[in-house]
Every structure is written in C-alpha cells, then in structure tokens.
Design a protein around this ligand. Sequence first.
Ligand SMILES: [Zn+2]
Length: 131
Amino acid sequence: MRKLIIAGSLVIIVAVVAYAAVTRLQAKSAGDSSSQDVARATLDPALFQGKVHDAYLAAARYPAVLVQLHCYCGCDKVEGHRSLLDCYRDRHATTCPVCIGEALLAAKMTGDGAPVEQIRDAIRTRYAHGE
Ligand SMILES: [Zn+2]
C-alpha cells in the first residue's frame, strides 16, 4: 500500500514537472515571433510544376532564410504578408514572378553559402523598384 502511494505521488510529480515544462515552452515560443513564423508550414512543392515547383521547394527548404526577407510584390500591403515566407503558405506565389524570383535567388545564394544580409541586398537591388 505504501509503495502504491509513493508510486502515485511520483506520477503526480512527473506530470506537474512535464506540465510546467510545456507551459514554459509555449510561453517562450509565443514571445519569439520569428521562430513561430518558421514553424508555420509552406505548401507542398509537389502541388506545382516547373519554376513554381522550384520556388515552393526553395521555401520549404530554407524557411529560416525566407522569413528574414521582404517580398517586393506589394503583398505586404495587399495581403498583410510579413515576409517572403508568407507568400508560400498559400497559393499567392504561384502567380507572382517577384515571389518566385526572390525565392529562387535566395535558395541559390543560400546554397552558395551567402549570408542573409547579402541575399537581402541582392533582392532589394533587383526587385525593390518593381520588375
Ligand atoms: Zn509576395
């Protein structure tokens, strides 16, 4: 009987500790909006073909890079997008040459080892004044 009580209280302690850890984790991710942004998935590249497929693949592969880049197609004002990654969470990017071009450029430069600052500059130079 005593063993049972000890085992029972152990279970409760473990549950309380686990609950506290989960709550702390949730509080942490709520405070850190950029990691929360990355966690929200992009659409499956397999839904698309050609350049659009490649662009969605780039977004799926490098979300941490795209979330730091601005999309110059105007979607920040029209759709409320906060980063280039947002364009790949729905079908917005399928018909947008700016979104596609930016993601492909970002993926290529990331693959070449370029830092995000350099990618941001390259995208600004090429797309900031419209295409
Ligand atoms: Zn866009």
